[in-house]
Design a protein around this ligand. Structure first.
Ligand code: SAH
Length: 246
């Protein structure tokens, strides 16, 4: 999904800003960099300031115009410190932008477009955008350095992406999710143990439904589910052969 989020820098003046933007991107898991007519590229300063993100700089695509940079995109968001009079949908808050960008990146490439250090994006370039976003800042001094603007928006995208991963339980640390069949077996096992233990003594309490909902929210991984199955089996043995005195 993050592979579908592209950072586009328009006519960057200082090559060092390209390197710093690449670094900002890579820290947030973004790697797709497109440069529209950079003044000076490739350049040692860009590579030097990229630090460990020199691979992002090396694989950057260079094009002549913004139209070419975004032609395959399903959404194009122009970042701008100043509100333009163009009637484009405008995100006042980067997290609102990130919500939609992360959704749309499931359908195809999405571009976040950043303007020149000196005068930002032209009106003509903004016409190639479907949306605009501003980073709320000090009203008396609200223009960020180019790479810092990239950092803020990349962070928001990454944050939203992480939240979605948590919700879908697909983060790499948790391991694969169980199949519906494995879940059905687990719930049948749980039901059996609850019945054998005499736990389901209030038929109207909808205990099984509540537990279903609980496990649906928790989204246990396969490994966690087999741990629970092990626990149920141990309890089952205990129910069959209660210890002396119980
Ligand atoms: N002097 C330019 C700003 C250049 S800063 C101007 O007044 O437009 C370079 C780029 O960083 C901008 O074109 C924009 O893409 C991004 N940027 C800087 N500050 C921003 C902010 N507060 N919100 C959104 N984007 C910002």
């Amino acid at each position: 999904m993050l592979d579908n989020i592209r950072i586009v820098l328009v006519q960057t003046f200082h090559p060092g800003n390209i390197g710093q933007a690449a670094r900002a991107m890579k820290t947030m898991g973004l790697t797709q960099l497109t440069l529209v007519s950079p003044r000076c590229f490739p350049d040692d300063e860009a590579t030097r300031l990229a630090a460990g993100a020199d691979d992002v700089v090396a694989s950057a695509r260079v094009v002549d115009g913004l139209a070419e940079a975004v032609s395959d995109c399903v959404q194009v968001v122009g970042a701008s410190a100043r509100l333009r009079s163009l009637p484009l949908p405008h995100y006042d808050e980067p997290d609102l932008m990130a919500d939609e960008v992360v959704d749309n990146a499931d359908q195809g490439p999405v571009a976040l477009v950043f303007g020149r250090e000196r005068f930002g994006l032209t009106n003509d370039e903004i016409r190639h955008c479907t949306h605009q976003v501003s980073i709320p800042a000090n009203p008396d001094y609200g223009v960020l350095n180019l790479s810092q603007a990239v950092q803020v928006l990349a962070y928001e995208v990454h944050r939203t992406w992480r939240q979605r991963q948590r919700l879908t339980g697909a983060s790499p640390g948790r391991g694969p999710l169980p199949t519906q069949q494995q879940l059905t077996h687990f719930h049948a096992h749980l039901q059996r143990v609850m019945e054998d233990a005499g736990f389901l003594n209030q038929p109207h309490a909808r205990t099984s439904d509540h537990l279903h909902a609980l496990f649906a929210r928790a989204q246990p991984s396969r490994k966690e589910l087999s741990l629970l199955r092990g626990l149920l089996s141990a309890l089952e043995r205990h129910i069959d052969a209660p210890l002396d005195g119980e």
